[in-house]
Write a protein that binds this ligand. Structure first.
Ligand SMILES: Cc1cc2nc3c(=O)[nH]c(=O)nc-3n(C[C@H](O)[C@H](O)[C@H](O)COP(=O)(O)OP(=O)(O)OC[C@H]3O[C@@H](n4cnc5c(N)ncnc54)[C@H](O)[C@@H]3O)c2cc1C
Length: 381
């Protein structure tokens, strides 16, 4: 067992940290206030090859491992968790399904532009009546000649309104199995397909730099070849995609918590009350120590899930553990960070107040904390 990162991972962390501090930090407060999707920054991430980091080089990706991917997300979230979420959704939910199950033609057509950052991707699982219970979706896709005809609604879809948004992988019901249960399949719907409508951006508590929209499909026709993988494999595919997404969300939690730790430590050393720095009060030291312990543990389980994934070993339980732990650590780190900053922590200009709003989504998106605990319990020996 080796807890040291290799040279490549250290170099990647340095590259992303430099980028985030130079290009993202100066606009993070502004995009949080305006809710504008940071198109320029996303374009630059694409130019650096970071939007296709874990995809194969032959399809325009960086050929990097899952640990590299976790480091990328961690470093983005350390500065702007909304941007981190956009990148996570693009890679884990938009591109990864194509990489896993796409035909060579689908990969040429869609994975290459996604990996090169010329196109943003997304996934449409959640519906107004079906979130945690994905089996309850009612969006249908029926074959009519050589076309799928899709009808239904999806909600809270990340990246769907980004300027370069190119496709959404839509989980649909495509029929009934012999045992009477629903048959699910994922179908690729390109932007601009007639009958596919995207709502105005949803207004959110936090993560304002990430784009969130609702989608509606009304007799939306796409070619039969847009089926992703096997017909009937959709539910299993969705669960597999979520496993990867979960350690991605965990990595966002690690990065956000790390930022809370660093900013709070700095503030506690500078701010004086009762004639001495806050850091000299043991109660503040203990708060910082607790954040530090939790960040370290969250990072370890997140990296473990990433490494298990890249080694092709089972990692569902570890991904769920990483997600539930790192996201709850992030919520606590942001709350304690605001507390350490006192009244200033509550001001919009203080980054801690943004992290406090941003952190909560991490316990909800891609499977709530409750759902993660159900997954973990099912995997207990
Ligand atoms: C900012 C944002 C971005 C998102 N991006 C995407 C995206 O790109 N694509 C996409 O498809 N979806 C996306 N989502 C949706 C997200 O994945 C769902 O919100 C999430 O899975 C929870 O589903 P729900 O909101 O329907 O909550 P519900 O399932 O209604 O759950 C409500 C509460 O009940 C609890 N609960 C539910 N079932 C049980 C149970 N059996 N036992 C105990 N407790 C239970 C939940 O844990 C939760 O606390 C996004 C959501 C947000 C907020």
């Amino acid at each position: 067992m080796n807890f040291e990162l290799g040279e490549e991972h250290i170099a990647l962390r340095r590259l992303v940290r430099d980028f985030a501090e130079k290009e993202v930090a100066p606009i993070a407060a502004e995009v949080d206030a305006s809710g504008q999707f940071p198109e320029g920054v996303v374009t630059k991430l694409g130019e650096l090859g970071l939007l296709g980091l874990p995809f194969p080089e032959e399809y325009g990706g960086g050929g990097a491992d899952e640990l590299s991917y976790a480091i990328l997300l961690e470093e983005l979230a350390r500065v702007d968790c909304g941007l981190g979420l956009s990148v996570e959704a693009h890679i884990s939910l938009g591109g990864s399904p194509l990489n896993r199950w796409g035909t060579p033609e689908q990969k040429r057509r869609w994975l290459i532009p996604l990996a090169q950052g010329r196109m943003m991707g997304s996934i449409g699982l959640t519906e107004p009546e079906a979130g945690s219970d994905l089996g309850g979706i009612s969006t249908t896709a029926a074959l009519d000649g050589d076309e799928w005809v899709i009808n239904g609604n999806k909600c809270f879809i990340t990246n769907a309104g980004a300027g370069s948004h190119g496709l959404v992988n839509v989980l649909t019901v495509t029929g009934q199995r012999e045992d009477g249960r629903k048959e699910y399949s994922i179908i690729i719907v390109p932007r601009g397909t007639p009958g596919y409508e995207v709502s105005e951006p949803r207004q959110k508590l936090g993560l304002h730099s990430s784009d969130t929209r609702d989608l509606s499909f009304t007799d939306c026709r796409v070619p039969r070849e847009n089926l992703l993988g096997e017909r009937g494999a959709g539910y299993r595919q969705a669960l597999a995609v979520l496993d990867e997404g979960r350690f991605g969300i965990a990595a966002l939690g690690v990065g956000l918590s790390q930022a809370c730790l660093e900013l709070s430590l700095q503030y506690a050393r500078e701010r004086k009350q009762f004639g001495k720095p806050l850091f000299d009060f043991q109660v503040i030291q203990f708060k910082l120590a607790d954040i530090a312990i939790n960040v370290e543990l969250a990072r370890l389980i997140t990296y473990k899930a990433a490494v298990l994934c890249q080694e092709g070993k089972p990692y569902t339980k570890e991904a769920a553990m990483a997600k539930v732990f790192a996201s709850e650590v992030a919520v606590r780190a942001a709350e304690e960070g605001v507390q350490i900053h006192g009244g200033y922590g509550y001001m919009s200009e203080c980054p801690l107040s943004r992290f406090y709003r941003d952190a909560k989504l991490l316990t909800i998106g891609e499977g709530t904390s409750e759902v993660q605990r159900m997954v973990i319990a099912r995997h207990l020996p």
